[in-house]
Design a protein around this ligand. Structure first.
Ligand code: ZN
Length: 151
């Protein structure tokens, strides 16, 4: 990744932290899940309105560091209109990307999150909303903690 691209991605993350997209309660959500990252103090709640297996709408609320908010904001934009199976595929790709620093190439703006691989403590911040979103979409509706063995 070139320095210019890194700079661009940093700007994107800063923008999503400053003006989070879909940052609201979804009154007609039929799925919700919460996630917490005790190490950093991040928490987020994902709201989804599903029509069968399709994510019709997804929003979030929460508080935490810039990375967790920006990641949740990018996530809600990216997962809207996806099916449950597509959400699972994206979740796996994003996890992989954050661990290795290499994206599969079709993650679009989510590639901005690849940089967290250089800051291992931040990976939990960035992946937190993804765990919550996957739980919501899959109807598990549980509280996810990055300190549990599933994180
Ligand atoms: Zn954090």
């Amino acid at each position: 990744m070139t320095d210019d691209l890194t700079e661009l991605y940093q700007q994107l993350l800063l923008d999503h932290n400053k003006s989070p997209r879909n940052f609201r309660v979804l009154p007609d959500a039929n799925r919700t899940a919460q996630g917490t990252n005790p190490i950093c103090g991040d928490s987020c709640t994902i709201y989804a309105r599903m029509d069968g297996d399709l994510v019709e709408e997804m929003t979030f609320q929460g508080s935490g560091c810039a990375i967790s908010i920006a990641s949740a904001s990018l996530l809600t934009e990216s997962l809207k209109g996806k099916t449950k199976a597509e959400v699972r595929v994206m979740f796996d790709k994003v996890c992989d990307m954050m661990t290795t620093g290499h994206s599969e190439g079709d993650l679009g703006k989510l590639s901005a999150l690849a940089g967290v691989h250089r800051f291992p403590v931040r990976i939990k911040c960035a992946i937190l909303p993804w765990h919550a979103a996957a739980a919501a979409v899959e109807g598990r509706g549980e509280t996810i903690s990055t300190e549990s063995d599933r994180a």
